[in-house]
Design a protein around this ligand. Sequence first.
Ligand SMILES: [Mg+2]
Length: 160
Amino acid sequence: MDKIEQTARKWLKDRGVTPDDIAELVYFLQQQYYPNLTKEDCLQNVERVLSKREVQNAILTGIQLDVLAEKGGLQEPLQSIIQSDEGLYGIDEILAFSIVNIYGSIGFTNYGYIDKQKPGILAHLNDKSTGKCHTFLDDIVGAIAAAASSRLAHRSTDSQ
Ligand SMILES: [Mg+2]
């Protein structure tokens, strides 16, 4: 594992997100379609998504901006926009799309659905009372789950 992957994984962990948390989201999205699906299958797909450089780059960029916003380290007007997670900003979603894109269009449906439902770790990341800024991270985590779900769906179709 190289420096970029190590750092991306460490920063995710430091911000309170484990691969297991993301695997739970994949299970939430896919269990209705695959009755024999296991958490282990979900985790394996999350791990493969996390091993992609495009995904690591998105993680590093998004978390860096969240952390700087939390410390008040950005310049205005960006500081207020990111710190308050302003609804019309939209660049957090655009960055997340770079992850969803990797596994094709069905990822977008999964991403939209999970972004509305906000199960598991996503509810925690969206809890503003924690004092943390997760403007980018919530979308990145949802996108990794959506991408892993797409990967899982493509693989199971290919093997039929
Ligand atoms: Mg966001």
